[in-house]
Design a protein around this ligand. Structure first.
Ligand SMILES: Cc1ncc(COP(=O)(O)O)c(C=O)c1O
Length: 388
């Protein structure tokens, strides 16, 4: 057994990233400025999507995008319940109703069919979420939405480094909201990015993210700038500060190497987990040009075969010094959303009771993965003796 606790997640920055933040802190400009512009340009270039708007969270990106779609009272926004509650929160803040679509039991993501089952004439937008960064086939969902004049927003919180049939999230949809939260594949400690091909949408989102102002501080105070600005509509305060954008620029240059490491660790898990009776893995990506982002490593517990519940497995792993997490407690189960009218979500309910996330981050050593696997095999073993 391990002598030290293996944390579920841990961020590790290299000296170059720390130096980039330090330089930005010493530059004499701290709020959104040249580093934000550089980060937006670099991110848009990597994604091959024309417009990138840096924000202080993915939640902010979801909020401004839905607001820029003119989502409001009387509208419905279709989304999974097996996700983080940010999407439902944003829809409700705008006066719209979140409508939960069930997820596929193999991919843990919504599909065209589960979305179609809850789409009505009031559906204004669909928010998809590729679970763990496994591409969900967005083109089919985007085509379904386009035929009905419904907007599609990808919650790409897990999607940095993912390729859906060769493309970044935001290519086929109206927009994608990325997260740079501390646990994500690319981090700015806290942060987000809205990516879109739509220039008008980007322009409105950028304005909404800064109180609805026509001009940010950098453009007012730089040489030749003017103090005059207008506020064209009430907005929010969601802009990204420059030192965090500097971390984003430096991190983006390291994204590929870190993705390679995530994929190696995931492959190492997969080799042995598939042999453990009572554990099942979500489906791998479906298309040859798909690339999994491996933002998380989810495993599904078959309680009857493993002879212990998911919660007992989490406790048993904790006793063996392995940290885990659960993604997700479905949104519809939370006090704030329990009252929402909804159709049954059988797959969501079943998955929520059986899913567990194992540690997966580039700073992990092969030995750490082996420790998790040893622990899982040990926990599964008494069942073999009990049956056999
Ligand atoms: C699926 C999903 N959506 C949205 C968010 C919100 O991201 P942020 O913390 O950047 O607002 C998260 C955060 O973990 C997430 O996992």
């Amino acid at each position: 057994m391990r002598s030290t606790h293996l944390a579920y997640c841990r961020s590790e920055l290299d000296d170059g990233e720390i130096a980039a933040v330090e330089d930005a802190l010493r530059a004499g400009w701290l709020t959104s400025g040249p580093q934000v512009t550089a980060f937006e340009a670099a991110f848009a270039a990597r994604a091959r999507i024309a417009h990138a708007v840096a924000l202080n969270s993915c939640t902010a990106a979801l909020h401004v995008a839905l607001a820029a779609f003119d989502v409001g009272p009387g509208d419905e926004v279709v989304m999974p319940s097996l996700t983080f509650a940010a999407g439902a929160q944003c829809a409700m803040e705008l006066g719209a109703r979140p409508v939960f679509a069930d997820v596929d039991p193999q991919t843990l993501s919504v599909t065209r069919d589960t979305i179609a089952a809850v789409t009505t004439r009031r559906t204004k937008a669909i928010v998809t979420m590729p679970y763990a960064g496994r591409p969900l086939g967005i083109a089919e969902i985007a085509a379904f939405a386009r035929e009905r004049s419904i907007r599609v927003l990808e919650d790409a919180a897990h999607g940095c480094g993912m390729l859906d049939d060769g493309t970044w999230a935001g290519t086929h949809s109206d927009a994608a909201a990325y997260s740079f939260y501390a646990t994500k594949n690319l981090t700015t400690a806290e942060g987000g990015m809205l990516l879109t091909r739509d220039a008008a949408l980007a322009e409105r989102a950028r304005r909404l993210a800064l109180h609805g102002m026509s001009k940010d501080a950098w453009r007012r105070y730089e040489a030749g700038g003017t103090w005059r600005y207008d506020v064209s509509e009430p907005g929010f305060k969601y802009n990204m500060p420059d030192p965090l954008a500097a971390l984003g620029v430096a991190g983006l240059a390291r994204l590929d190497a870190r993705q390679t490491r995530r994929a190696e660790l995931a492959a190492r898990y997969g080799e042995r987990i598939t042999a453990i009776r009572g554990l099942r893995l979500p489906a791998p990506p479906a298309r040859t040009a798909d690339r999994h982002a491996w933002c998380m490593y989810a495993v599904l517990v078959d309680e009857r075969e493993l002879r212990i519940s998911r919660d007992e497995l989490i406790d048993a792993l904790a006793a063996r010094k392995i940290g885990t997490s659960v993604h997700y407690i479905p949104t519809h189960r939370f006090t704030a959303y329990r009252g929402l009218e909804r159709a049954p979500l059988p797959n969501t309910e079943q998955l929520a009771a059986s899913v567990v996330s194992l540690p997966l981050y580039p700073a992990m050593q092969d030995r750490d993965v082996d420790d998790v696997l040893d622990a899982l095999e040990f926990i599964a073993l008494p069942r073999v003796h009990a049956v056999g």
